[in-house]
Design a protein around this ligand. Structure first.
Ligand SMILES: NC(=O)C1=CN([C@@H]2O[C@H](COP(=O)(O)OP(=O)(O)OC[C@H]3O[C@@H](n4cnc5c(N)ncnc54)[C@H](OP(=O)(O)O)[C@@H]3O)[C@@H](O)[C@H]2O)C=CC1
Ligand SMILES: CC(=O)N[C@@H](CCC(=O)OP(=O)(O)O)C(=O)O
Length: 346
């Protein structure tokens, strides 16, 4: 069995890792890292896992934890992983970081958007961006994975086939994202109180959201040129789910058949990506609790713009599910192991 340690196991992303790994045949979670619940049984924090998961929360530095496990997941706030990781850790264990510490290749860009120091810049070039369907070969041999952000995962999965095939004018891209409140984590914040979120919808981080440079960097790598986008996230009164609606001008002469061919050639053999039939728009309910990301599109002939849609569960494909998919690739396991849950409905 592969021994896994999770730091930040009591947060929403960490909790989802524990839940999904409880159904993984090759992995045992042996460490439930938490500062706030030390020596408390893990299932006192998440009673949904009572009699399913055994273990007690504790605190350990990454270097000490690396002696006991094969893989460390850090589901912790920005800055934690980069502040503790070291060559010694990576010699002993693989690391999958769910935060943004290693997602941007330039420390300067990270520091500008996150307003914190990147404490391990020497590992930025080695870290592999863990968007599994697009980076599979590099992931297999990686020691350190930067697990992508939730909005970037949904946006990139929906848009990349068009960029790869040169079908849209990249500088016309506008991305509108909507997320359920679990995307903001379990740590208490006034903005996430029931009365603030229920019966309400709001944009936030307008022109400043930290997922903007992550989306731009990955689009630019595939486009082979610098891509700049408008990205606006919204908070919606749901527990889980992200819906992305993106708009771009089609290049001259691009037809619906060419667009469909682009999606099919990228995703036909992908287990977790469903390209919906013409006229069907993705819905968050159709992917809830699963590692699927659904994508769809409609062409507006009047404006020659394409409307691109994507839906996924922020805690699964947008966080813990994708992290496990990365782990499966890194350990040479079946990529779908532990991730075959069928979406919930209603
Ligand atoms: N929620 C989501 O949909 C997604 C989240 N992510 C990323 O995953 C990470 C975790 O997010 P999420 O689960 O939502 O957040 P939560 O606020 O729900 O959980 C944070 C976890 O980190 C622990 N923690 C908090 N502060 C520290 C610290 N200074 N040192 C060590 N541990 C700490 C907390 O537990 P304790 O206080 O007990 O130590 C808790 O277990 C973040 O980087 C987030 O950006 C990525 C994609 C999607
Ligand atoms: C609804 C909500 O607040 N969502 C979070 C994104 C959570 C996430 O995915 O964080 P990272 O990808 O950066 O790790 C936000 O907008 O900050």
């Amino acid at each position: 069995m592969i021994r896994a340690g999770i730091i930040g196991a009591t947060g929403y992303a960490g909790g989802e890792l524990v839940r999904l790994l409880a159904g993984h045949k090759e992995v045992e979670v042996v460490w439930f890292g938490s500062r706030s619940y030390q020596e408390i049984p893990y299932t006192n924090v998440y009673q949904n896992l009572f009699q399913i998961v055994e273990g007690t929360c504790g605190e350990k530095e990454m270097e000490a934890l690396a002696d006991d496990v094969d893989v460390i997941f850090t589901a912790t706030p920005q800055g934690f992983c980069a502040g503790q990781i070291s060559e010694t850790v990576l010699e002993k264990a693989k690391v999958i970081d769910l935060s943004a510490d290693f997602r941007l290749k330039e420390a300067e860009t990270y520091e500008k958007w996150y307003k914190i120091q990147q404490k391990s810049p020497e590992l930025l070039q080695e870290a592999v961006y863990g968007l599994c369907e697009w980076n599979r070969e590099h992931i297999r041999s990686a020691r350190l994975i930067a697990n992508p952000g939730c909005y970037p995962t949904c946006s990139l999965m929906a848009i990349l086939p068009l960029v790869k095939n040169g079908l849209i004018v990249p500088e016309t891209l506008i991305i509108d994202g909507k997320s359920g409140t679990s995307g903001a984590g379990r740590t208490e914040k006034i903005d996430n109180l029931y009365c603030e979120v229920n019966e309400n919808m709001k944009a936030y981080g307008v022109t400043t959201h930290r997922h903007t440079p992550e989306i731009e960097e990955q689009l630019s790598l595939v486009a082979g040129e610098k891509v700049c986008v408008n990205f606006t996230p919204h908070l919606v009164p749901m527990n889980r789910g992200i819906l992305v609606t993106a708009y771009a001008s089609l290049k001259q002469g691009v037809t619906e058949e060419m667009v469909r061919e682009a999606y099919d050639s990228c995703y036909n053999s992908e287990k977790f990506v469903r390209v919906l039939r013409t006229g069907i728009c993705p819905q968050t309910k159709w992917v809830e609790g699963s590692n699927y990301v659904d994508v769809g599109f409609q062409i507006d002939q009047r404006t020659n713009r394409i409307v691109i849609l994507g839906a996924m569960d922020n805690l699964v494909k947008g966080a813990a599910g994708q992290a496990i998919q990365n782990m499966n690739l890194m350990f040479g396991l079946d990529e779908t192991e532990g991730l075959t849950a069928i979406p919930l409905f209603p």
